[in-house]
Design a binder for this molecule. Structure first.
Ligand code: ARG
Length: 461
C-alpha cells in the first residue's frame, strides 16, 4: 500500500550514505600506484599475461592523466575511488581490466591507498615542522640576550631570554617529528594481497608488491591488514599533540600582542583591523592557530569512537577514517604555515620585555641562592629571608635591587654590598649556565646547534 513511495527513496538514501567517492577521490593517485604494482606482480607471478599487465598499466596512466587534468568524471553510482577507476579502465582497455582485481579486494586496496596517502603527508609535514624549527632557532639566536620574564602560573617567576623561550618550542617540534617518524615506521608495511581478509589461493608475491610501493615489507597477518586503522589513529594522535604545541605558542603570541604585555608586534601580514574600532590590530592568525586544534583533536576522538568495539575484520564503519582525517591533516599543515610565517614576522619590543622582567621581584631566587652560596644559609632559610626582603621592597614600593642596603641588612645582617651584583636581570640570566639553562651563552650554543643540524637536514635558508 505504501511501498510505492519507498521504491526509489531508499536507493537514493543508500547512495548518499554509502558512496565515498566525494572524498576518497583524492586517493586516486595512490589507488592507481597500488593497482600498477599489483598488476606487475600478477604478471611476474604468471597470473596475468605480460600483455594484459601492460594494457592495464597504460590504461591506469591514462586515467591518472585524466584525473590530474580534471577531465575524469567521478560517479557516485560507482561508490568509491576503486570502482570509479576500475570502471574507467574497462571503458579504456576492455576485457583485461576485469583481471586486475584477481587476488585482491577493496579491503586491502583501501588500506594500502590510505597508508600511501598518510605516508606522503608524514614526509611533507616533517619538512614543515623542520622549517618551523629552523625559523624558531634563527629568531632564538637573534634574541639570545633579549631578556623577558619567565612565568609559572602566568605570574612572573624568573627572568629568561626570549631566545630560550623560542627554543623550548624547537624542542617540542623535534619530539613531534619523532612521533610522526615512529608512526611512519609502523605504518610502512604493505596490506595489498591480504585480499578480503583471509589471503588468496593465487601464488602472489607480496614482497614484490610491497617493495615496488616503497613499503619495508608486507603485513604479516591478512586479517590485521584489512581490519586495523591504528596508523590513522597514531597519525591523528601525534597530530593532536603537535597541534597542542602550536596552540600554546599561538596563545602566547596573542598575549604578547596585547597592550598589557606589549612584548611583540605582528605586521599587517598576520593581523586584521576591526570594522568598528579603528585602533585595533587583531592577531587573527594566532587566534585561529589556537582554535584549529579542535578539528584535529576532534578527528582523533571521532575516529577512536568509530574503531572502538569493531569486530574483525573489515566493516564499512572504517570508511569513516577518511573525511575528518583529510581535514585534520590539512589543518595541521595550515597551522604550521601560519605559525612559521608569524615567527618570522614578529618584532619583539626588547625594552618592554626587559622592563617587565624587572617587575614582580623576578630575581628573588637569585637573592636566596646568594645567601646559600655566600653566607652558607640552608636554602629553606634563605627562601624565608628572601620572602621578608620581598615584603620590605613591597612596603617601600621598590624593586628588590632598589632596596637600600640597610633595609636588606635589617632583614638579615649577613647580607652585604656584594648581593647587588646578583639582583639585576642580566646577572640573573647570565648565571643560569646549567645544562638547559637560560644563560645567553647556552642559548647561542643551542640555537647554533639547531641551525646547523637543520641546515644539514636540508631545511635551512
Ligand atoms: N570505500 C571503502 C572504504 O573506504 C572501500 C572498501 C570497501 N570494501 C567493501 N567490502 N565494501 O572503506
Amino acid at each position: 500500500m505504501w511501498g510505492g513511495r519507498f521504491a526509489s527513496g531508499p536507493a537514493a538514501m543508500m547512495e548518499q550514505i554509502n558512496a565515498s567517492i566525494d572524498f576518497d577521490k583524492r586517493l586516486a593517485p595512490q589507488d592507481i600506484a597500488g593497482s600498477k604494482a599489483h598488476a606487475l606482480m600478477l604478471a611476474k607471478a604468471g597470473i596475468l599475461t605480460p600483455d594484459d599487465a601492460n594494457k592495464i598499466c597504460a590504461g591506469l596512466e591514462t586515467i591518472l592523466a585524466e584525473i590530474l587534468a580534471g577531465t575524469f568524471t567521478f560517479s557516485r553510482a560507482l561508490e568509491d575511488v576503486h570502482m570509479n577507476v576500475e570502471s574507467r579502465l574497462k571503458e579504456l582497455i576492455g576485457e583485461p581490466a576485469g583481471r586486475l582485481h584477481t587476488a585482491r579486494s577493496r579491503n586491502d586496496q583501501v588500506a594500502t591507498d590510505f597508508k600511501l596517502y598518510i605516508r606522503d603527508w608524514l614526509d611533507d609535514t616533517d619538512g614543515s615542522l623542520a622549517r618551523l624549527q629552523y625559523v624558531l632557532a634563527v629568531r632564538a639566536e637573534e634574541h639570545a640576550e633579549t631578556i623577558m620574564p619567565g612565568f609559572t602560573h602566568l605570574q612572573t617567576a624568573q627572568p629568561v631570554t626570549f631566545g630560550h623561550h623560542l627554543l623550548a618550542y624547537t624542542e617540542m617540534f623535534a619530539r613531534d617529528r619523532g612521533r610522526f617518524s615512529d608512526a611512519r615506521k609502523r605504518l610502512n608495511e604493505c596490506p595489498l594481497g591480504a585480499a578480503a581478509l583471509a589471503g588468496t589461493s593465487f601464488p602472489i608475491d607480496r614482497k614484490m608488491t610491497a617493495e615496488s610501493l616503497g613499503f619495508a615489507r608486507p603485513t604479516a597477518n591478512s586479517m590485521d591488514s584489512v581490519a586495523d586503522r591504528d596508523f590513522v589513529l597514531e597519525t591523528l594522535s601525534s597530530a593532536t599533540i603537535s597541534a597542542v604545541h602550536l596552540s600554546r605558542l599561538a596563545e602566547e603570541i596573542v598575549l604578547w600582542c596585547t597592550s598589557e604585555f606589549a612584548f611583540i608586534k605582528l605586521t599587517d601580514a598576520f593581523t586584521t583591523g576591526s570594522s568598528i574600532m579603528p585602533q585595533k590590530r587583531n592577531p587573527d592568525a594566532a587566534e585561529l592557530v589556537r582554535a584549529k586544534i579542535g578539528r584535529i583533536a576532534g578527528a582523533f576522538q571521532g575516529f577512536v569512537m568509530v574503531m572502538k568495539g569493531l569486530p574483525l575484520a573489515y566493516s564499512k564503519d572504517m570508511q569513516e577514517d577518511k573525511e575528518a582525517t583529510f581535514v585534520a591533516l590539512e589543518t595541521l599543515d595550515l597551522m604550521l604555515a601560519a605559525m612559521t610565517g608569524m615567527i618570522a614576522d614578529l618584532t619583539p619590543n626588547v625594552e618592554n620585555m626587559r622592563k617587565s622582567a624587572m617587575k614582580g621581584y623576578s630575581t628573588a631566587t637569585d637573592l636566596a641562592d646568594w645567601l646559600v652560596r655566600e653566607a652558607g644559609v640552608p636554602f629553606r632559610d634563605a627562601h624565608h629571608i628572601t620572602g621578608r626582603a620581598v615584603a620590605a621592597a613591597e612596603g617601600l614600593s621598590v624593586r628588590l635591587d632598589e632596596l637600600p642596603l640597610e633595609a636588606l641588612k635589617q632583614v638579615d645582617s649577613r647580607i652585604d654590598q656584594r648581593v647587588f651584583s646578583v639582583l639585576s636581570v642580566d646577572n640573573s640570566v647570565a648565571s643560569r649556565v646549567s645544562t638547559g639553562g637560560t644563560a645567553p651563552q647556552n642559548v647561542r650554543k643551542m640555537a647554533a646547534a639547531w641551525i646547523k643540524r637543520l641546515e644539514k637536514e636540508g631545511f635551512g635558508g
